[in-house]
Design a protein around this ligand. Structure first.
Ligand code: IPE
Ligand code: IPE
Ligand code: MG
Length: 243
């Protein structure tokens, strides 16, 4: 397999381990989230350099509201700081930004920052960064079904392809590679629908420490995988066998 063919089109990342990274340094968890933003910006550019077309990251889950109020409000504030600090840089480097998740529960200020990020980068083509914020895989499936019903799609015409068009990540192909940092080996309600055939890579590396070496290790692991999508390796279609 040549190395170009082995590069995934779409990489998804559960950016986990910020809190533990900070604790190891006797710092508050917020310090880890702040370092996590820097890690994200570096990773987006590293992915673009490697020819990856889509990067989707899990930044705040539907369940993260369960955290202490001060951590939740710290994370919301950090989004505003991150947009102010990095939006121009990402826009200049050709990054198209999309925010994926339920926007109803976030503040007007945050919604406005998301809209600014999306509209400023709308026409960029180098890489699409989808930030999953207030996102849950189950929420996504439910909102897709609801919108299909509102559109009046008849039940017998609702198939996988049609429902996919209502999913929150319909602007991207399904992820080829899904990486989770932080050592946990679970999905935590991330792309339940879209990750049906993603290759999974779990690493103990804590998200603020994730860099070129860890990205390249995950890409090398991906290149070694044999993706069959339910088929059999080197299978010959039945018609060919019968001919
Ligand atoms: C991931 O890091 C970031 C968010 C969930 C917002 P964590 O905050 O979960 O860090 P750990 O898992 O506690 O180390
Ligand atoms: C998943 O990490 C969510 C994000 C990285 C945004 P969590 O830290 O919330 O997941 P659990 O609680 O360990 O499953
Ligand atoms: Mg965590």
């Amino acid at each position: 397999m040549d190395s170009q063919a082995a590069i995934p089109r779409h990489v998804a990342i559960v950016m986990d381990g910020n809190g533990r990274w900070a604790r190891k340094r006797f710092m508050p968890r917020f310090f880890g989230h702040k370092a996590g933003v820097d890690s994200l910006v570096k990773t987006v550019l590293a992915c673009a350099d490697r020819g990856i077309e889509y990067l989707t990251v899990y930044a705040f889950s539907s369940e993260n509201w369960k955290r202490p109020t001060e951590e939740v409000s710290g994370l919301m504030g950090l989004v505003l700081v991150a947009v102010a600090k990095y939006l121009t840089k990402l826009a200049d480097r050709g990054v198209r930004i999309r925010i994926v998740g339920d926007r109803n529960q976030v503040s007007d200020k945050l919604r406005a920052a998301w809209e600014q990020a999306e509209s400023l980068t709308r026409d960029n083509k180098r890489i699409t960064l989808s930030v999953c914020f207030n996102y849950g895989g189950r929420w996504d499936i439910v909102q897709a079904c609801r919108r299909a019903i509102v559109d009046g799609v008849p039940p017998d015409q609702l198939d996988e392809a049609r429902l996919s068009r209502y999913m929150a990540l319909s602007h991207a192909p399904d992820p080829d590679l899904l990486i989770r940092t932080g050592g946990e080996v679970r999905i935590s309600n991330f792309l339940l629908w879209q990750a049906a055939y993603s290759e999974l890579v779990f690493t103990d590396c804590l998200w603020p420490e994730f860099g070129d070496a860890e990205l390249d290790a995950a890409l090398a692991e991906f290149a070694r995988r044999d993706r069959r999508f339910g088929g059999v390796k080197d299978s010959v279609p039945l018609e060919a066998k019968q001919a």
